[in-house]
Design a protein around this ligand. Structure first.
Ligand code: NAD
Length: 320
């Protein structure tokens, strides 16, 4: 007989042995559901003590009817499918896992930087089409380049650490919310936005999507950038205004773009980016590594155990 009932609202992982092992610590058993609607979520949560939530809708209407749930643990960083105020009102602990993938996202940013500098995906495609001696246009070395990091949180700092060994001449950092001393300590140069955009050879974006950052890179910014500049986006597609990016690449006003996140996901089959050879595309996979996944599942399950054993989650979003 288990002490607690914990459920997964919507099955996106297929396999839950990590969570099951961790939940055993407090005698909890795990049941997996695949809810899509609010009514299904409500049914699945009936009698549950803890909820592991992926993308299923956890609205105010659902939350106010949760009589037994003590903790909702969201797999991942964002929690826009949950109403935090409604959780607080019912005394339900809400938690997420904000730090499971910054190593992985910054690894992918590094991969995009080098792929862009040496046009790896273009070469690969050409070779498979029977081409050789594909040319040297726009191939450049990393040594001596100026990198601008836009957003100096977990993934921005991790990228900085990784790129520090590359012989860059300068690392400009734009993040008005970070104290300048924190940037200087890491041998970065605090920069205003226009200096970062104008002086960088490589720009890597690490800010959240918000009303402030929506369309942060639009036509004006692409016109300010150096002609040979590279832009990398592993954050959110909406931070770059899509049409302006397509025009800048089509007219070769910038050299290259490395994009993991896109204005629409999946990218539509007729998206102009798919016809351009001066961009490398990945499928919003920055977070997706074996190690990141283990960390995500472990930390999400531990948030539940913490509450069911009388504590508070490690990543508590709605302190009350
Ligand atoms: P983080 O919260 O640790 O850091 C974000 C940084 O952006 C903070 O330092 C903050 O001060 C700064 N910032 C906020 N608004 C800003 C603004 N207007 N101008 C400049 N700086 C601003 O986040 P993180 O872990 O580094 O992740 C960054 C983003 O990457 C996330 O918000 C998410 O959208 C995205 N992400 C992508 C993937 C992927 O798979 N590609 C995975 C996880 C996260």
């Amino acid at each position: 007989m288990s002490n607690f009932r914990v459920i997964v609202t919507d099955d996106r992982h297929g396999e839950y042995s990590i969570e099951k092992d961790i939940l055993k610590e407090c005698g909890a058993e795990l049941e997996i559901f695949d809810c899509r609607t609010e009514a299904e979520v409500l049914d699945a949560c009936s009698g549950a003590d803890g909820v592991l939530l992926n993308l299923a809708p956890m609205s105010k209407d659902v939350i106010k009817k949760l009589d037994t749930v003590r903790v909702i643990s969201r797999y991942g960083v964002g929690y826009d499918n949950v109403d935090p105020a409604a959780c607080t009102e019912r005394g339900i602990y809400l938690s997420n896992v904000p730090d499971y993938c910054f190593e992985d996202v910054s690894d992918l940013a590094v991969a995009h930087i080098f792929s862009s500098l040496r046009q790896l995906s273009h070469r690969d495609r050409m070779i498979r089409n029977g081409e050789w001696n594909i040319g040297r246009k726009n191939n450049t070395r990393i040594r001596g380049k100026v990198l601008a990091i836009i957003g100096y949180g977990r993934s921005g700092r991790c990228l900085h650490r990784k790129m520090s060994a590359m012989g860059l001449s300068r690392v400009l950092v734009y993040d008005p919310y970070v104290h300048e001393e924190e940037i200087r300590i890491n041998q970065g140069e605090p920069a205003d936005f226009s200096t970062a955009v104008t002086e960088a050879d490589i720009i890597s974006i690490h800010v959240p999507l918000s009303t402030e950052t929506l369309g942060l890179f639009s036509e004006k910014e692409f016109r300010m950038m150096k002609p040979g500049a590279i832009i990398i986006n592993t954050s959110r597609g909406g931070i770059i205004e899509h049409q302006s990016l397509v025009e800048a690449l089509t007219q070769n006003r910038i050299a290259f773009a490395g994009l993991d996140t896109h204005h629409i996901e999946p990218l539509p089959a007729d998206d102009p980016l798919l016809q351009l050879s001066n961009c490398v595309l990945s499928d919003h996979c920055g977070y997706n590594t074996v190690e990141g996944f283990v960390e995500l599942k472990s930390k999400a399950a531990k948030n539940i155990v913490k509450v069911l054993t009388g504590g508070v989650p490690d990543y508590w979003l709605n302190p009350f």
